[in-house]
Design a protein around this ligand. Sequence first.
Ligand code: HAM
Length: 418
Amino acid sequence: MIRSVKGTHDILPDQTWRWRKIESALHNFMQKYGYQEIRTPAFEKTELFTRSIGETTDIVSKEMYSWTDQGGENLTLKPELTAPVVRAFIQHNLGSQSAVNRLYYMDALFRRERPQKGRTRQFHQFGAEVFGSAHPEADAEIIAISYNFFKTLGIDNLTLTLNSIGSEECRQNYRNELRSYLKPFLSDLTETSQNRFKNNPLRILDTKIKYEKEIIKNAPDIDSFLTADDKSHFKEVKSLLNALSIPFTIDTQMVRGLDYYTRTTYEITSNALGAQDALCGGGRYDKLVETLGGKPTPAVGFAAGIERLLLALESKTSNFNDEPIQIYIVGMVEDARSVCQVLAQELRDQGFSVATDLLQRSLKSLLREANRNNVKIAIIIGDDELANNTVQVKNMETGEQTTIIINKLIEYLTDLDF
Ligand code: HAM
């Protein structure tokens, strides 16, 4: 037997309805904020990700699914969506069409990480990106969207962790300071961190290794390197969040796993999750459009993992129920079979959800199945009903059975209001 690839999962019918609920909730929610959906291809040129996410990040250095195709092009299954959305923004010149572009997305992504609960190799994200505003209102809007969406779904105990990693200007000084601090520990660091020390010391702050975490605990904080503009931007973001009643904590060492950020970075975690507790992450990336060849355009965005969101919602199933089929139509005799099919079609045209039997089973076994599947109504047609132009309507909840003239059936079912 051929099994699915490690770290990938089928979403079976007992789960797909939960995905649909999230998807439709998201579309409604984003419409309220005036965001428009964007969809990009499953794979892109590898260079798009190396130039944006950064060569020394975990994603680019060890997690991408990349290959050279038959035409010699280096391609990669997308590991995240900000870079593809920026590419599309530049390619289609969206910036010239309106001063601010508010975009959102939902898609499958691929990272070759070690699978564990809440971490898979194919996973799904939804997210949003705003292009065109450098102002703190845009940061606050993005943070509010992610936070409020989780709240709307009923996820409590959220922790919003916030930081500002400043502009490029302040980071250059900070990098030097960080190197001086780390130098005495250099021989204790892993080979990866030693490389990062040379190329990108801020990456070391994102280490997952326990003894490295101990070392960086006392590293200098970035906030003393922020420029006056960075500081006032961050101050305004915080005061807008306070005004919107969104609680947050500050972590001056949070750099996140992608290199394109400037100023605001944030994560929202949930204590309903295990080790992989980040529901979403995001931040500002004012230089990325330029880096990828577009006109200088400030931008900010976030992305949230849908699998993790569903895990956090597992204890909240009461808000989430699949809608069962409403009506089963049962033909008791050979002659009733085509009548059943036609009636099913007429009822569907009226908006009911209807199933007929495909196995020519007995009434008893069909009623048992209808019960199991929470079907509301069974319509039964036998010889008598065919002769008299009637049907039997059985209410599966009460067990009550009524004879109805066939051309009064729709009216009768509509009045039942189930
Ligand atoms: P990220 O932090 O790499 O950010 O991913 C965002 C979210 O995707 C995570 O918080 C997590 O919920 C989910 N996620 C990431 N990797 C996995 C995985 N292997 N399995 C399951 N879920 C996962 C970004 O992707 C940025 N593009 C966010 C962004 C948008 N920044 C600005 N705009």
